[in-house]
Write a new protein. Sequence first.
Lengths: 451, 408
Amino acid sequence: MSKDIRIKKGLDIKLVGAAQKELKNAAAGQFYTIRPEDFHSIIPKLVAREGTKVKAGETLFYNKSIEAMKFVAPVSGEVVEVVRGPRRRVDAIRILADSAQEAINHGAFNLSGASPGDLKAHLLASGCWPFIKQRPYDVVADPAKEPKAIFISAYATAPLAADLDFTLAGKEAELQAAVTALGMLTTGKVHIGVGKNANSPLSNLSGVEKHLVSGPHPSGNVGTLINKIDPINKGETVWTVAAQDLVIIGELLLTGVFNPERTVALAGSAVSSPRYFKTKIGAPLSTFIYDDGVEKGANHRIISGNVLSGKQVGEEGVLDFYSNVVTAIPEGDDYEFFGWNKPVFDKISSSRALTFSWLQPKKKYDLDTNTNGEHRAFVVTGIYEDVFPLDMYPMQLLKACMYNDLDEMEALGMYEVAPEDFALTEFICVSKQPHQSIIRTGLDLMLKEIG
Amino acid sequence: MSLKDKLHVIKQRYAGTKMAPAFNALHTFLYTPNEVTHNGTHVKAVDDLKRTMNTVIIALVPCLIFGMYNAGYQHYLAQGAIDKASGFLGASFWTIDNLIIGAWTILPLVVVSYGVGLAVEFLFAIIKGHEVEEGYLVTGMLVPLIVPVDIPLWMLAVAVIFGVVIGKEVFGGTGMNILNPALTIRAFLFFAYPTWMSGDKVWVHGAVERDQMIAAGATNLDAMSGETILGAYAQNKTLAYDYWDMFWGIIPGSVGETSKFLIIIGALFLIFTKIGSWRIIVSTLIGALAMGLVFNAVVDAGIISDTSKFYGLMSVPFWQHLIIGSILFGAVYMATDPVSAAQTNKGKWIYGFLIGFISIMIRVFNPAYPEGVFLAILLMNVFAPTIDHYVVQGNVKQRMKRLKVKTA
C-alpha cells in the first residue's frame, strides 16, 4: 500500500560545489578498468586473461560460487593487464579500448512471454545481475533466494548527489522495462521512493508501489525506505537496485546490448565548474575531471562516489561500478592551532559547543578531509539517535559488531542495515570511530557464519 | 620555522617511541592533528572529545571562581571580621581579601588535582602504549569543587591516584569506566578519611586549624564553626540561613557546590550546547522532588513526629531539597557523565529519576553524614548497564514480535 514517508531524524550536509545542470560528453578514455572489489564478497574467477580481445558486454570473470553470474566488459578492446594483489587476488582488469566499439547483442528480451527463471538467466549471463543487491549483508543478490520485495530509492539526499530527475530524464521506457522485469522476480511488490516535491522520471511507472519521501538525509537511502515500509525480519531477503542502474538493465532488455553509459555528476569545492558528464562505468576519471574541473596535482581528494560512502581513487582512478557522482574536495592535512578551543564558523557540527552551524541551516560548507580530532572510545551518547531514523539502537549495534556477538547483532537488527546507513552517525561521531567499516566487518562476519 | 613546523618535526622524531603519547598529548593540546580520513566518510563534523570536555570546563569555571570568593567570605565571617552579605551582590562577599584567601586555598587543590591526575594518565598511556585521553580534563576540574576547602593536599593526591587508577584506567581508560571517576575519588576520601569529610568544622577555611590551636592551649581564640544547612537539619537545629542565601550560595559547603544560581546557569549552558543530557538533569530533579514529597507526606501523616531524629530532614519542604546540599551539582555535573550513565535515552530518564530519589533517601536516613548524592550516583552507575539492558531488550522483543506476526 502506498505510504508517504516523512523522516525527522537526520542531517542534510550542504556542501559547496553542487553540479550545475549542464551535460557534456566525457572524452573517450584509453584504458577502462573493472575492479572486483566493487562487488563485495564476490570471489572472481577470471575468464578474459591478458591479451584476450573482448567485445563490450563479454564476460571478464564470473562469481566463483555461482558460475552463472557473469561480470562483463564495459567496452570492447584488449585486456592489457590483470592487476593482481596478495595471493594472486584479481584487483583490476584493464582494457585498452578499441577506437571502433563493438558490443555483444543478446537480442531484445520478451518480458511478457518469459518465465522468471529465463529472466534471471538472461540477467546473469548479460552482466546486469550485479546491479541487484540484497539485504541482509548488502552484497550482490543471491539469485537462488526469493526476495519478499524489491526496493528502489529515486530520491537522492546524499551531499552533492547527482540529481536523478536530470540524469534519468527521458529514460522512462528503459525504467519501465526494468521495473516490470523486477516485478517478475519477486512475489512481493516493487517499491519506489520518490521525492515529495520532485518530478521524477520514476514517478509514473506502472506495476510499482510509489512512496513519497521527504525529510533530511538519510531519507534517500534505500535502507530507510525498507525500514519504514517493510522491515526485514530474520530469514527474509530484500533486493535493492539503484535508480541509475535500472536504465542499464532496461536498455539491455529493450535493445539486447549492455550499455554501461552513465550521466555522472562532477561536484565538490575543488572543482571549478561542477557539472554533469556522460561517461561509462570503468572510465578513467582523467577524461573529464580536468575539463574546467580540478587542478592537476593539487592537494585534493578525488572520490568515486559521494563524500559519505565513496571510495578514494585519486586523479588516476576510474569510475567504479555503482557510482554516479565523482566528488573532489580539498585535503585537510594541516594542523589547526587550538582547534578544539576556538569558536568555529566554517564547519558543520551536531552540537552548539562554540560552533555555529546551527544558526545557518541552509549554508553551504567547504569541508576538507581533516578528522577534526583523534580516534577515541565511544564516550558521548544520545547523539547518533538524532541522525539515525531506523528503529534500532545504533551505538549498541556498533558495539555488538566490535565484540563479534552474532546473537546480539541479530537481535539488534543487523539484518536490515548496510554500511551507508551509518554514514551520518560516522560523520557526527565525537570519538571519530569508523562506523561504516565496523558495520561492514560485522556484516561480513554474519555472512560467513550465518550465511 | 614556525612553531607548527617545529612541533611537526619533533612529532616525527617521537613517533613510535615510548614517549610518543606524552609528546602527542602536549602537541594536540596546542594543535588539532593533521590526520585525514581514510575509509568511511571523507569528511567529519568538527566536534571532538576535547571540545566536548572543554565545554563542561567552561560551565564549571563560574562555580570555581564563586567558590574562591565564598571560601574567603566564610572564613572571615566565622572569625567575626566581616558582616553577613545581604545577597548575591552583597558588598562583603566580592572583596579582594576573600578572593586572596580563596585563591590561596583552592588553587593548590586544582593544581594537585590536575597535576597528579594527568601524571597518572600519562604514566598509563606510556606504559600501555595508547594516547593520553581527554577524560581527566573534566574530572580534574570537578574534584577540587567537591572536597572541603581545607583538605590536606597529600590526601587529595592519594585520592586522585586511587580514583584515576581504580575508577578508570583499570577498566581500559576513557570510555570504558563503570563508575564516575570524580565520585570514585570522593568516595575514597569519604571512606578513608571520614573525619575530614564530615562535621561542622571542615567546610570553613581555618576552622579545623583553629580547633587544633585551641586544643594545643591557645586561650585567646574563639572556635570557628561552619555548619552546613544539612548538618543543621540533621541535628534538628534551626537554620542560620534563609532560602536566598542557599540559592545564591553564600553558605558553607564543599568548594564549588554551594551556588545553585551558578549551577543552574551552568546547566542551561550545558543543555544549550547539547553536551549535557537534559533528560538526566530533569529526571534527577524530578526524582529528588518525588522523594521529598514522600517524606513530607510521611510527616504530614504523623508517622514521624517531632521527637524523631529524622524529623528535621523529613520535614524540609520538598522543593527546598534542591537548593540545599549537593543534589543540584550532582544532577548537572556528576550524573550527566555520559560513560557511566545510562546510554539509551529512555534509560536516562529511569537512571536520573532513581539518582534523585535515592539521593534524598540517603540524605535523610544516613546517620553519620547528611548527604547522599555521590553514593546514589555511584550506586546507579553500577545499575546503569542493567537499565540499558532492559531498554534494549524492549527493542529486541519488538523486532521478534514483528517476526512472529509475519510467520503466524
